[in-house]
Ligand binder design. Structure first.
Ligand SMILES: *Cc1c(COP(=O)(O)O)cnc(C)c1O
Length: 424
C-alpha cells in the first residue's frame, strides 16, 4: 500500500520542525500522522491520496465561505493581473477598511498587518505607549499569537504540546504578563489592584482553549473594571470577528473595547489581520504618532481583494443561515452523545462551535482540561475515518461556512453519530 501523504510527510519531517509550519498541524494532540491536502472545494477537502473530508477546521477559521469560493477567486484573479504588491497606497486597502468600519463602527481607524500575531503585538505596544504602563493582563487558555508577551498560559497549541510556557521568552518580559482565569472577575480585580495594567486582552468568546463562552456578566464586568483602573480593554477578535456576529463582540454582547484585533475571516484565506479602535489611540501610530509599526506586505492588494470579496458575500442573511446550520450541527451532536450515553457539552456562537467530552459546562481552561482527552482522540480518528475533519486537538474551536448546506450537515451528523458509537 502506497500513501502519498506518508511519503510527503517523510520529506517534510526532514525539512520542518515536526514536519510542519505551525505546531497543531502535526496531530500531536490526537496521535497519528497528518494527511497532506491537495485541494478544497466548498465544504470539502481532498488529500493527495484521493480521500475526501468534510472540513470543519477551514484553515483554522478564515474560510467563512468554504474552500475556493468563486467570488473570492474571481476577485483574486482580477487583483493579481494588476500586480501582486506595490508598497504604495491602493484603493483596495481603503475599500476593505471601509467594509470593516461599517460593520464595526467602534473601529474608527485601523492598521492592516499580515498576521494575528502582529495585530495583537502591535495593539499591546500601543496600549503600553498610551497608558505609560507595562503590565498586560490576559486569561488562562486564551491565545493571542506567538509574540513573547503572550506565550504565558496560552491555550491550545501550547496546551496540546504540554508546554506551560515557551523557552526563549525572557523571564523579565514574561513577568510583565499577568494571568487570570477566564470568567473570573474577582481575580481580574485583584490583579488590577496589584499591578499597573496597560491593557486587558481577551478573546470575547474563547476559541483557543476549545470553545468557551463568556458568562453574561463577564465582558460587561471587564469593561467596567478596565475603565475604573484606567487600563485599555482589547478584544482579540482574530477568531471571533465576523463569526460570532458580523459586528463581532460589540454587536453580540453590547460591550465596546478600546482596541480590537482582527484576522482570519478578514483576509478570506490570505494573510491579513488588523488592529484598530478609537481614533485618539490609533493616531499614536507612526507616522501620525510615534509608536512604530510597519510591514512590507501590509495591505497587500491580493489579500485586500480576498478580504473584501469575503465580507461583501457575508450579508446578515448569509450570517444568519450559517449560524442556524451551526446550531443544528451542535444540537445533533448532543443528541448523538445522549443516544450512546457519552458525557458531552457542546456550544456555539454564530459560525463558531465546539465541544468537550465532559458532562458539566466548561467556563474556564481549568474546566476544559478535565474533559476526556482520550475519548476525544478516539472520536477524532473515528470521525476522520468516516470523512469528517475536526481540529486535531481537544482544545480547539470548530467552524462552519456558508458552503456547508443542509445536505452536508446531515451527512456530517450521520457520520459523527457513527463515530460517537464507534469511539464510545
Ligand atoms: C489565530 C489567532 C491569533 C494569531 O493569529 P495568526 O494569524 O495565527 O498569527 C491571535 N489571536 C486569536 C484569538 C487567534 O485565534
Amino acid at each position: 500500500m502506497t500513501s502519498r501523504s506518508r511519503e510527503i510527510m517523510r520529506r517534510a519531517t526532514e525539512l520542518f520542525p515536526g514536519g510542519v509550519n505551525s505546531p497543531v498541524r502535526a496531530f500531536r494532540g490526537v496521535g497519528g500522522e497528518p494527511f497532506v491536502v491537495e485541494r478544497g472545494d466548498g465544504p470539502r477537502i481532498w488529500d493527495v491520496d484521493g480521500n475526501e473530508f468534510i472540513d470543519y477546521v477551514l484553515s483554522w477559521g478564515p474560510l467563512v465561505h468554504g474552500h475556493a469560493p468563486p467570488r473570492v477567486i474571481a476577485a483574486l484573479d482580477a487583483a493579481m493581473r494588476r500586480g501582486t504588491s506595490f508598497g504604495i497606497p491602493t484603493e483596495g486597502e481603503v475599500a476593505l477598511a471601509e467594509a470593516v468600519t461599517e460593520r464595526m463602527p467602534h473601529v474608527e481607524m485601523l492598521r492592516f498587518v499580515s498576521s494575528g500575531t502582529e495585530a495583537t503585538m502591535s495593539a499591546i505596544r500601543l496600549a503600553r505607549a498610551f497608558t505609560g504602563r507595562d503590565v498586560v493582563l490576559k486569561f488562562d487558555g486564551c491565545y493571542h499569537g506567538h509574540a513573547d508577551s503572550f506565550l504565558v498560559r496560552a491555550g491550545s497549541g501550547v496546551a496540546t504540546l504540554g508546554l506551560a510556557n515557551s523557552p526563549g521568552v525572557p523571564q523579565s518580559l514574561a513577568s510583565l504578563t499577568v494571568v487570570a482565569p477566564f470568567n473570573d472577575l474577582d481575580a481580574v480585580e485583584q490583579l488590577l489592584r496589584l499591578n499597573q495594567v496597560a491593557a486587558i486582552i481577551v478573546e470575547p468568546v474563547v476559541g483557543n482553549a476549545g470553545f468557551i463562552a463568556p458568562d453574561p456578566a463577564f465582558l460587561p464586568g471587564l469593561r467596567e473594571l478596565a475603565s475604573r483602573h484606567e487600563a485599555l480593554l482589547i478584544f482579540d477578535e482574530v477568531m471571533t470577528g465576523f463569526r460570532i456576529a458580523l459586528g463581532g463582540a460589540r454587536e453580540r454582547f453590547n460591550v465596546t473595547a478600546d482596541l480590537t484585533t482582527l484576522g482570519k475571516v478578514i483576509g478570506g484565506g490570505l494573510p491579513v489581520a488588523a488592529y484598530g479602535g478609537r481614533r485618539e489611540l490609533m493616531e499614536l501610530i507612526a507616522p501620525s504618532g510615534s509608536v512604530y509599526q510597519a510591514g512590507t506586505l501590509s495591505g497587500n492588494p491580493l489579500a485586500m481583494a480576498a478580504g473584501l470579496a469575503t465580507l461583501e458575500d457575508l450579508s446578515p442573511a448569509v450570517q444568519e443561515c450559517i449560524a442556524t446550520g451551526t446550531a443544528r450541527l451542535v444540537h445533533g451532536l448532543r443528541e448523538s452523545a445522549m443516544r450512546y450515553g457519552v458525557p458531552l457539552t457542546a456550544d456555539c456562537a454564530g459560525s463558531m462551535w465546539g465541544f468537550f467530552f465532559r458532562a458539566e459546562p466548561v467556563r474556564s481552561f481549568a474546566d476544559a482540561k478535565t474533559s476526556d482527552v482520550e475519548r476525544f482522540r478516539r472520536f477524532f480518528h473515528a470521525a476522520l475515518d468516516r470523512g469528517v475533519y475536526l481540529a486535531p486537538s481537544a482544545f480547539e474551536a470548530a467552524f462552519m461556512s456558508s458552503a456547508h448546506d443542509d445536505a452536508v450537515i446531515d451527512a456530517t451528523l450521520d457520520r459523527l453519530d457513527d463515530a460517537m458509537r464507534a469511539s464510545k
